[in-house]
Write a protein that binds this ligand. Structure first.
Ligand SMILES: O=P(O)(O)OC[C@H]1O[C@H](OP(=O)(O)OP(=O)(O)O)[C@H](O)[C@@H]1O
Ligand SMILES: NC(=O)CC[C@H](N)C(=O)O
Ligand SMILES: [Mg+2]
Length: 509
């Protein structure tokens, strides 16, 4: 779940793109990059690491220009540890295009072959984002064979991209000498919004971003979400054109954004993420009431950070005291999006520390937003018991994660999911060492999100219900992903369990 940002102004944009990436850090911790356009010249700097570690003053100084894009990466295809696959990506024809992508293509392998054989384009990495950029470049080339590039031509090219590409994509691109483009996939799986700011000289500045928090943080006004299938084109004079470029577009935002990925202070497709998490707590309270004996629970306790709003609301609904027993080391990042199981496991203990005073002799209801691989909960339950807890109950604000995700969350195989084999609540409790486990129901998840915005027709809940909104996901495709994920790698890192199984390496299928 990467984060992308684009900006156009009369002033330099480098520092503000940096600040925006900082605000999107929770969406990708592996690599970061910024590209700017100064006249007809692109400047780019990208590297592995967190935003604050990647960019030095000298790098920032070189990023001159008034238009730019940036990306923080959480890899879902290609190589997790390759600087080359960090973004933005660049092609020199037509015109010169810089490109950033959030999402995951499900026909990248077919497109790679098609690009080589039909379009005579070579893809030199295993990143689906490079594939997507080359499809866009091919289609812009096709349009400009007979005319020069204008808004109409750009929209024609994006329409052709929608016809060729499958999967999820929120994208932004700078075309040298022409303007700034952003577009969202026809299913609206990944978020993308647009905002403006009136600069000191009265001119309008433009921003496109994965999440509205960047706009709030940088003093921009959030204008609106970019609709599924829609493209927005801002030419060098600042003229804005918007067009629906997909034949069939339907909004299916990813439910996992609201459960875990997005920042609580963002609003996506009309749903405030914090509000959604409170609502999830309300629905979860109903299930907890049905399944557990409340008189047995002394305190409700969140697993920092993402579960806090849900746990607070749940405690209030149930009338049980809310207590913070785990202290988070603020210098450790999110563990779920780290590459490799060994590092994730180690990080849970480094990240969270239990305070015995909140555990000794107590019966706890631990609340997390999700239990995916079970890495966090296994460790947490053990820590709670070591700290003197009597009974440990667990509640998850998301339903059981039972199916692979192919739209931008790096869990493409069932085998890595705790409930991939269909474990019921009792089996999960046994696996993580808890006395009992309660999950949000699927109806609860959908109900909570629907309550927040009844106008969203459907949410992508594929990892919970196995329904893939793009309609192209077959068992054979999932088997190919599984085989690629579990293929032995040439030189496994000695202490990386996950990497031995090929995790974080090529999953292009
Ligand atoms: O079952 P698992 O595979 O462990 O995944 C689920 C856990 O990972 C995430 O936390 P993370 O530490 O990434 O971030 P957070 O601080 O935002 O909660 C999520 O909030 C759960 O706690
Ligand atoms: N999580 C994402 O959005 C990943 C983008 C792209 N698929 C990559 O692996 O770099
Ligand atoms: Mg967490």
């Amino acid at each position: 779940m990467c984060g992308i940002v684009a900006m156009m102004s009369r002033e330099p944009v480098n520092q503000r793109i940096y600040d925006a990436l900082h605000l999107l850090q929770h969406r990708g911790q592996d690599a970061a990059g910024i590209a700017t356009l100064d006249g007809l010249h692109f400047h780019m700097y990208k590297a592995m690491g967190l935003v604050r570690d990647v960019f030095r003053t000298r790098n920032m100084r070189d990023l001159t220009g008034n238009i730019g894009i940036g990306q923080v990466r959480y890899p879902t295809q290609g190589c997790a540890s390759s600087n080359q696959e960090s973004q933005p990506f660049y092609v020199n024809a037509p015109y010169g295009i810089m490109f950033a992508h959030n999402g995951n293509l499900t026909n990248a392998a077919e497109l790679t072959q098609e690009l080589y054989e039909t379009d005579r384009r070579h893809i030199n990495t295993t990143s689906d984002s490079e594939v997507l950029l080359n499809v866009l470049a091919t289609e812009i080339s096709r349009v400009t064979q007979t005319k020069s590039l204008d808004a109409e031509g750009v929209f024609e090219a994006v329409a052709a991209v929608h016809r060729r590409v499958r999967g999820s994509y929120g994208c932004c691109a700078v075309i040298a000498g022409k303007g700034l483009l952003a577009f969202r996939d026809p299913h609206g799986i990944r978020p993308l919004c647009y905002g403006t700011n009136v600069a000191e000289d009265g001119s309008i500045e433009h921003m496109v971003s994965s999440e509205s928090v960047t706009m709030i943080g940088l003093g921009f006004k959030v204008e609106r979400d970019i609709a599924p299938g829609e493209a927005i084109w801002i030419d060098l004079k600042g003229n804005v054109s918007v067009r629906q470029c997909a034949e069939h577009a339907e909004l299916n935002p990813c439910a996992f954004e609201f459960v875990y990925f997005a920042r609580p202070d963002s609003t996506i497709d009309g749903i405030n993420v914090y509000g959604a998490r409170l609502k999830l707590g309300e629905y979860l309270a109903k299930t907890v009431r049905e399944k557990l004996d409340l008189s047995e629970i002394d305190v409700v306790m969140p697993i920092p950070d993402s579960s806090r709003p849900c746990a607070q609301q749940l405690a209030q609904e149930l009338g049980i005291p809310y207590r913070e027993g785990f202290i988070k080391n603020r210098y450790v990042g999110r563990t779920f999006i780290m590459p490799g199981q060994a590092v994730r496991k180690k990080s849970v203990r480094q990240k969270l520390n239990a305070m015995p005073v909140e555990f000794e002799g107590k019966n706890l209801l631990l609340v997390d937003d999700s239990i995916v691989r079970g890495t966090t909960m296994r460790e947490i339950v053990r820590m709670a018991r070591e700290s003197g807890a009597k009974k440990v109950f667990v509640a998850s604000s998301a339903p059981r994660v039972m199916f692979p995700n192919v739209y931008g969350i790096d869990m493409p195989t069932k085998s890595e999911l705790l409930c991939g084999d269909g474990k019921d609540e009792a089996a999960v409790a046994e696996a993580i060492g808890a006395d009992a486990v309660v999950y949000q129901t699927l109806e609860g998840l959908k109900g909570a999100l629907h309550d927040m915005n009844p106008d969203v027709p459907r949410f992508d809940c594929s990892c919970f219900d196995g329904v893939y909104v793009t309609g192209d996901i077959t068992d054979e495709y999932l088997a190919r992903l599984d085989a690629a994920r579990n293929a032995p790698v040439a030189k496994p890192a000695p202490d990386e369990e996950g990497d031995e199984a090929g995790e974080g390496k090529s999953t292009l299928a």
